[in-house]
Design a protein around this ligand. Structure first.
Ligand code: NOJ
Length: 761
């Protein structure tokens, strides 16, 4: 897993990035679209545009065609569609986003290419975060699969459906590392770990974009939100970020670099400030680092009214000032505020914005439209026929089911309660998520529909021999008690042999602007769990969640716990596959489940402190809380299977590694159980002493291995000095000799197998 590809990439972070770029898929995409140069007609076109038309090419607006959830996913905008069509005719728009399908796209595109002066095609964007109409597991869930190729496949399937309706451009993937589980948007990303975020960012970009951006089955990808949006203080969405350049470079930027290396040609400036400077107005971030240091060749779009929001940040005086600051900082396109089309012309006239800079951004946007094939055929993706024929077809639904079951993490399975028998037992399905087509698809679905998704009760009834052996009781609302609910649930539990308790978060408890102060199962559901546990039947907790939760009481003590996130259209089928053993759970936590909410931000790759608390004890004057060790209840990487997995025979190829050498570390993994299993074998490293302190463990590689009952396999990881690189004192990549710990382990906090080696100068 830690193959030369990854390690070379890591080595190229920072100063060597331009070298990586020249060999990157992004360069290849540009070459496929005309030799990596902007087509000559683009410059010709730019010469003929008025300043107002140029500002129009840099102005993106939300679709004004009302009537879908699109409108409810952002603060309300213009809902006057005829006015928007008129804007397209006047060349005041570069495109719209979160629109409503082929017919609407056709209407607007027709106005732009037949009735506007310059006939420049519009670009249509959307948030296709985890599926278009077929909804796949939320991104965080899918990362739990530890299978980037799965994410590439679901991204490609999502692009296939979405592009059939005329969508050219996706505002995904979100590649923000999220280390505070209170933050609601962690659900959209790759969790707490840098390596996983990098791998999934790259995979998703490849899926959305394919190898040719002109393909009518692919879309332009956007790595967002640039940068450090996930580092918001207190996990409060949109809040201040104040981190060191080292942390920025080491934790928050690598997933973006991976996305750009994989070919992402657009990025979105984040809402937050970093150390006093809003990203939308940060020339160091966009001009110097992104374009200068990294050689990024795509374009930057603001987030929704991100330029306008610099006034509220206290960074811009007024709308004109905000426009100037955002544009000169490197934001090519403004989303939703309309500031660019209103203020850029006069800023150019006064000389505050050089004409050349304006032309440069227009060139980037027009070049992208050319790469997407829009100048060849502006209607290439707009097809009422493909909108239907590509929608929710059998193969895509099967992929959703596969992705769903591969995303389910089994936290606990005392006494091998799972898998459940398909016959001979009465099962009580209890809880607000037991039945009903709600809270299935997850947050951030512009085009998905819960009513088209399979709920848990349906999935379970289809899986068992006798549908009548299933009894359902809601028991509680999501955040409010249900009159008589607990009594009804307790009665159902009494009549059953097994209880499946489906509890957790609603889908609007995570996602944008949905930060929580306490990451717990809501109180009425906790009370339901306590009452049902008192009945004493074997109970499987099926959690619905968009983040890591702090599990308490009867929920934490249940003999079996499955983390099922929001799995999308095939939710009920995917969960039933795991519950009844058609599939042996293979996912692992991409975020640590803490013991209590107050530990946030909690992540496994934390620093050691000067007073580490000894394992398994609570010592005075050590880094721990009153009455609580600062460890996870279920750490990153944890997850069980229906097999019985053991680790043995750790072997290092040498005890030392020279700076130009490598070392291989291997272990034997055995399934001594009676069922087949897939194990995610994880390889962690710690740098004992360095010129800047290093995390207690860092995931360097992993491999998912299939093990039949009784089978074993030797898993080998090759480590090179570049893999031990960190951002040193001068904020540059550094490798230092010294002692390193290595672990091959089933989670970030499991002992696993451990050894040390020396990196020698
Ligand atoms: C705001 C969100 O932060 C961003 O991720 C999204 O793409 C835009 N709204 C557009 O919907």
């Amino acid at each position: 897993m830690l193959d030369s590809r990854i390690s070379r990439r890591a080595a190229l972070m920072g100063a060597g990035a331009v070298v990586a770029w020249s060999a990157s898929p992004a360069r290849a995409l540009l070459q496929a679209a005309g030799g990596g140069r902007v087509p000559a007609f683009v410059d010709d076109l730019i010469r003929r545009l008025t300043v107002e038309e140029k500002a129009g090419q840099l102005s993106l607006m939300a679709s004004a065609w009302g009537g879908s959830s699109a409108a409810s996913l952002n603060p309300p905008g213009n809902s006057d569609f005829p006015k928007q069509v008129e804007e397209a005719r006047r060349g005041q728009l570069t495109g719209v986003f979160n629109g409503n399908g082929a017919r609407m796209h056709r209407t607007l595109q027709t106005a732009a290419v037949r009735e506007s002066r310059m006939k420049i095609p519009l670009i249509f964007g959307a948030d296709i975060i985890h599926g278009h109409r077929t909804i796949f597991p939320v991104p965080l869930a899918e990362v739990a699969s530890f299978e980037p190729e799965l994410a590439r496949r679901t991204a490609e399937a999502a692009a296939y459906e979405a592009s059939g309706t005329g969508l050219d451009w996706n505002f995904a993937p979100m590649v923000d590392v999220a280390r505070d589980q209170r933050w609601g948007r962690g659900v959209e990303g790759g969790g707490e770990d840098v390596l996983l975020n990098r791998l999934f960012a790259a995979a998703r970009v490849r899926g959305f974009q394919g190898s040719n951006l002109k393909s009518d089955a692919h879309m332009l990808a956007t790595a967002k939100h640039f940068a450090a949006y996930g580092a918001a203080e207190a996990g409060l969405d949109y809040n201040t970020v104040d981190i060191s350049e080292r942390t920025l470079r080491e934790v928050y930027l690598p997933p973006f670099k991976a996305a750009f290396d994989a070919g992402a040609l657009s990025t979105m400036a984040s809402f937050n400030e970093i150390s006093g400077v809003p990203s939308t107005g940060n020339p160091w971030l966009m001009n110097q680092l992104l374009r200068g240091e990294w050689g990024f060749d795509g374009f930057v779009v603001s987030d929704y009214t991100g330029d306008e929001e610099m006034i509220a940040h206290g960074f811009a005086k007024d709308a004109r000032d905000a426009t100037r600051l955002a544009f000169l900082a490197g934001v090519d396109m403004s989303m939703q505020s309309g500031f660019y089309r209103t203020h850029l012309p006069s800023l150019v006239q006064s000389g505050e914005v050089p004409q050349d800079r304006l032309d440069q951004s227009v060139r980037r946007v027009l070049a992208m439209k050319a790469m997407l094939g829009l100048f060849d055929d502006p209607f290439r993706r707009i097809s009422e026929r493909r909108e239907e024929s590509r929608s929710m077809n059998r193969r895509t639904l099967a992929l959703s089911r596969e992705a769903g079951r591969k995303s389910i993490v089994m936290l606990k399975n005392d006494g091998d309660l799972l898998p459940l028998p398909r016959s001979g037992k009465r099962i009580a399905l209890i809880g607000p998520f037991a039945a009903g087509q709600h809270d299935l698809i997850g947050p951030w679905c512009v085009y998905g529909d819960d009513k088209k998704a399979v709920d848990l009760a349906t999935g379970v009834r289809e899986a068992v021999a006798d549908r009548n052996s299933i009894v359902v009781a809601e028991g509680s609302g999501i955040v409010e008690a249900l009159p008589g609910g607990i009594e009804q649930a307790v009665a159902a539990a009494r009549t059953a042999d097994i209880v499946v308790l489906a509890i957790g978060e609603s889908q609007n408890m995570s996602g944008e602007a949905q930060s929580r102060t306490e990451i717990i199962v809501p109180e009425p559901q906790q009370q339901l769990a306590e009452a049902v546990a008192a009945v004493g039947k074997p109970t499987v907790v099926v959690l619905k969640n968009g983040r890591a939760l702090a599990l308490e009481g009867a929920v934490a003590n249940a003999p079996a716990i499955l983390v099922t996130w929001f799995l999308g259209t095939e939710t009920g089928h995917s969960i039933a596959d795991v519950l009844f053993g058609a599939y042996s759970p293979s996912a692992r936590l991409p975020v640590s489940f803490p013991r209590e909410s107050g530990q946030q931000p909690y992540y496994y790759a934390h620093k050691p402190t000067g007073r580490p608390n000894p394992e398994g004890k609570l010592e005075e004057y050590k880094a721990r809380f009153r009455g609580l060790t600062n460890t996870a209840l279920y750490p990153f990487g944890h997850g069980l299977t229906y097999g019985r997995i053991g680790y043995s025979d750790l072997a290092l190829s040498a005890r030392g590694m020279p700076m130009n050498g490598e070392i291989s570390v291997s272990a034997r993994v055995t399934n001594s159980g009676r069922r087949a299993a897939e194990e995610v074998v994880q390889f962690y490293v710690r740098d004992r002493t360095a010129s800047v302190t290093r995390p207690v463990r860092e995931l360097k590689a992993f491999r998912k291995v299939a093990l039949a009952p009784g089978a074993s396999q030797t898993v080998r990881f090759v480590l090179r000095p570049a893999d031990l690189q960190f951002i040193g004192l001068q904020n540059r990549p550094t490798v230092e000799p010294g002692t390193f710990d290595v672990w091959i382990a089933p989670s970030a906090e499991a002992d696993g197998l451990h050894a040390t080696f020396e990196l020698t100068a």
